[in-house]
Design a binder for this molecule. Structure first.
Ligand code: AMP
Ligand code: MG
Length: 416
């Protein structure tokens, strides 16, 4: 496990800006050790351990992009249509003979270009005349042909280290002739919920208790980010039990994540339990929904304590836990993609903090893309996350939104 110093999340300011939180987490957390070789069938959503240089060019050889007739560009008809003998027929997968001078080759999509040919007429553009073909003037040299290496040159960087492999990256590795790639080991994350008011779904419940939803949400988010998750259940608001649970989890995990119990209320025990087990700083985040996020180190293992309100937990996960997980996983830490759209709502906002407004995509009357704000704002409303498409990000210095304003929209899938 990576060993962190106890004071690595120290922060001097009053309110922690979101960008600064992301920067601190990204800089202070190093990738865990451990690389494994996996087959391409198991490579999706893993993190590439080493840069991948192309051992071969892509395409591997010059080939035709269409069904048609291959010719040397030096032989192209100049002013008037011209008739050429068809000297060979090259199908996909067949090896071509060199092109006889002054002739053309019948060729099909993906078939290798005969030596000497560098241009292809589409079959729709020619006239057949027995074993000859009449070609019109005006075609550009090297048209309708895919040169070797036009996609990726041999030896070029195909995929940088730290790439989170997606289906398209797996395809690229296969196209380069690889069957396996080296990836970082999955990081191990322990997830707890806290609070005397929280019980597991299906457990007996008093009239004052609610079912734990955060643990399921956070575990699912972590798995989508490629983590191995240990579900360590619900810890009661008791300092000794919490402390012992945290210390134990620190021994065989790369990150410990909890939700609830980190506000500054006198019944919030996570804080004192982490302090007893290791060290802790409370980041008063300049973010809504969100606010307090506890950052700690327990026996060298990072600890993040998210707020208990489900929406606050979700949003702070995206801007604190996600970069932490990517950094520990050896992945490049990217910002969630924000796309410009027009607001179809009014909203007042306080300066000096970042706000994330739950919103649904829609088409405006003028046909452009807009977003509509979810009608209610509570940080406990799970329906608000289920019935919307993403978050509108309002910059720290923004003071509000009027209908028609350009705003940044972040679709939920780009948060995990
Ligand atoms: P706290 O951060 O402990 O002050 O909790 C804020 C709110 O989130 C309270 O209403 C808690 O009951 C609720 N909450 C805390 N933990 C969970 C959880 N695991 N699942 C759902 N709600 C929770
Ligand atoms: Mg609580």
């Amino acid at each position: 496990m990576a060993q962190l110093s106890d004071d690595c999340f120290a922060f001097g300011g009053a309110l922690m800006p979101v960008d600064e939180a992301m920067a601190i987490v990204t800089q202070r957390l190093a990738a865990v050790d451990g690389i494994e070789r996996v087959s391409l069938h198991e490579a999706d959503n893993r993190v590439l351990a080493h840069a991948l240089e192309a051992p071969v060019p892509l395409p591997l050889f010059m080939n035709s992009a269409v069904d048609g007739y291959a010719i040397a560009s030096t032989d192209l008809p100049q002013e008037a249509p011209r008739s050429y003998a068809i000297s060979q027929r090259v199908t996909a997968g067949a090896v071509a003979a060199p092109l006889a001078q002054g002739t053309v080759a019948r060729i099909f999509t993906g078939a290798p270009m005969p030596d000497g040919a560098d241009t292809v007429f589409m079959q729709e553009d020619v006239e057949l005349n027995g074993d000859h073909v009449i070609l019109p003037p005006g075609l550009k040299p090297r048209a309708n042909m895919r040169p070797a290496g036009e996609d990726i040159a041999q030896g070029a960087l195909a995929l940088p280290a730290g790439t989170r492999l997606r289906p398209q990256h797996v395809a690229l590795a296969a196209a380069l002739g690889l069957t396996h790639v080296d990836v970082r080991r999955r990081i191990k994350v322990a997830v707890f919920s806290t609070g005397n008011e929280v019980v597991a779904p299906s457990e007996a419940r008093t009239s004052a208790q609610l079912y734990d939803s955060n643990r399921y949400m956070l575990s699912a988010l972590l798995r989508r980010l490629g983590c191995e998750v240990s579900d360590l259940g619900i810890l009661r608001d008791e300092r000794a039990a919490l402390s012992a649970g945290l210390k134990q989890a620190a021994q065989n995990h790369d990150l410990i994540l909890t939700s609830g119990g980190v506000s500054t209320g006198e019944e919030d025990h996570v804080r004192s339990a982490v302090e007893a087990a290791g060290s802790l700083v409370l980041w008063r985040m300049a973010i809504k929904p969100g606010r307090p996020v506890a950052m700690g180190v327990i026996d060298g293992t990072p600890f993040i304590g998210l707020p208990g309100n489900p929406v606050a937990s979700f949003v702070t996960f995206a801007y604190v836990v996600r970069p932490a997980v990517l950094a520990l996983s050896g992945a490049r830490v990217d910002k969630p993609v924000a796309l410009p759209v027009h607001a179809n709502f009014s909203y007042k906002k306080k300066k000096g903090r970042r706000e994330y407004v739950r919103a649904s995509l829609m088409v405006l009357e003028n046909g452009t893309r807009g977003v509509q704000k979810f009608p209610r704002e509570g940080a406990g409303l799970l329906s608000s996350l289920c019935e919307t498409d993403g978050l509108v990000e309002l910059a720290d210095d923004c003071e509000g939104v009027k209908p028609g304003d350009a705003v940044a929209f972040i679709a939920y899938p780009s948060l995990f």
